[in-house]
Design a protein around this ligand. Structure first.
Ligand code: BTN
Length: 235
């Protein structure tokens, strides 16, 4: 595994995307990012003290693209389990792949595809402080425990856990992984709003289904939200 460390870079995910000679599990770690990216084209504000890293995963020919659509969920539960190995706190999985602690976001995950690789980018609030309006919606590990952490140790724990979960996924244990995800489902029974390109619908979130979609009970019917197509707003 090659490790590329930066005190500052535009984005660890973009660094890996630009690389000509890509290899499975190439890992880029940065102390800060000047152009950190989140999902749906959002910026990811990056500060020292966060775990900011991306790694490459080579596409396996015997896994279908449909199966790979579950990769954000597999990554999410891997990060959750990895964080739990560090501090046994009540982390929750927010579909599709955020991690929550104390009703606030502690980690965001961005899964992208380039050529025959996935680029998995992860940002976790660890030692950083969160001020102003952000403190209402986000938290950091240090806020919960008062401790300071060695960020790189955490990154290696999260990557180790990813490898374990990915192996299980690859070996056909999706049903067990899904059960763990549903046991930690932050949205379950919460009122949410699905936001599409030019519409929105309110409903109550249910379980995550076998195909990775989120079950939502609206006033009229039960519907399933597709990974990546829908933005969910908590009311
Ligand atoms: C989100 O919650 O919208 C996803 C955020 C992902 C942020 C990480 S930080 C490391 C990697 N580099 C990036 O530019 N983005 C991801």
């Amino acid at each position: 595994m090659r490790i590329f460390r930066f005190s500052e870079i535009d984005s660890t995910s973009d660094f890996l995307k630009r690389k000509d000679d890509k290899r499975d599990y190439d890992l880029a770690i940065a102390e800060t990012q000047t152009h950190g990216r989140g999902r749906r084209g959002n910026n990811w504000v990056s500060q020292k003290g966060m775990a900011l890293f991306s790694f490459l995963l080579k596409v396996e020919e015997d896994i279908s693209i449909e199966e790979y659509s579950k990769l954000p969920l597999v990554t999410g539960i891997a990060v959750l389990n990895g964080l739990k190995r560090i501090e046994n706190l009540d982390f929750k999985f927010k579909w599709t792949n955020d991690i929550y602690l104390d009703d606030k976001k502690i980690c965001g995950i961005l899964v992208e595809k380039i050529q025959d690789f996935f680029v998995i980018g992860i940002g976790v609030n660890i030692n950083n402080s969160l001020g102003g309006a952000v403190a209402d919606i986000a938290t950091a590990l240090t806020i919960s425990t008062g401790k300071k952490y060695i960020v790189e140790d955490i990154i290696f724990t999260l990557l180790d856990e990813f490898k374990k979960q990915y192996k299980r996924f690859f070996e056909g244990e999706w049903n067990f992984i899904l059960e763990e995800i549903n046991n930690r489902n932050y949205l379950k029974n919460r009122e949410i709003t699905l936001v599409g390109s030019n519409w929105q619908t309110k409903g109550i979130a249910g379980d995550i289904a076998k195909d990775g979609r989120l079950e939502i009970i609206t006033e009229k019917e039960k519907i399933f939200a597709n990974i990546g197509e829908i933005h969910i707003k908590r009311d």
